[in-house]
Unconditional design. Sequence first.
Length: 320
Amino acid sequence: MNILEIDYTTRHEFSDPVSDHYFLLRCVPVSRDGQTVVARKLTITPETSLVTSKDIFGNVAYQGRINSPHTEFNFHSTASVIVDRKNGCRELCHPFYKFNTPLTKCSALMKGFLFSVFEGSIIEEAVYGKNLKNTDFHLAAEFLMQAVHSKIEYVTGSTTVKTSAEEAFSLSKGVCQDYSHIFCSLCREAGIPARYVAGTSKGEGSTHAWAEYFVPDEEYVGNDGASMEGRWFGIDCTRNRKVDDSYVSLACGRDYLDCKVDGGIFRGMANQKMTVFVKTNEKEFRKNQDGTEKRKPLFNSENLEEQIKMLKLNNQQQQM
């Protein structure tokens, strides 16, 4: 379990004034099983009113419009989040997570790669027949994570947000978005529901992307026509590791397009420059010389786990 503090800033600079600027942001974490948001704030400049909505994937989106001419558009979000993923994230799996999209289409070359990954393994026949048992999903996901990490070389600028899984696979190059698309594609081809996740991880830099695979409850195995109950588990193919309590999700969906953190359109002829900086750290408890805390925080260091349990319970009751 971790308490993480996120500081996320994006700055858009335009070479000439633009107007009628519509934007949609998914830059603030949302409470869901495995993470509880205890404080959050979003500041937009130029100032404008915001409309908040929740999409079919459970993501919170902030929409707005700036009519007047402007040469900068900035947003700054901060949040404190309790992360506890030791048992995965219990959420329903919609049937659309079983099927690939244009961005995650599985090519013939990728299908051949998929079967080669499991050749000689104890689940080889189950993968061929798309008949994996839920107890096999963890093993299959770990095989795929290692295979994708080895296959793809991380090269900044080698792909764009429009690059599909099959294109990145053919290049054998990409960034975190491409690793995640390829993993989702191969999982779905093997009969494992998977979703794309945009978020942050402990440290400094930019946003990150990873994938989650779904493990259904025993009684739901083979139920193809309805949402399934079970748990989601995160895989970071870029770093060849399982997602733990140092990661915070901002949005999830079938692919990148479902969970774009920052998107919009505007009127005007202008070049655009974007600068992003994200800092994600564990919460620190600041002390005076006499050992007392400098200011009243969201938590104090005594009985911390009990305070977190109470806060999570209150948050669940508010969502009911």
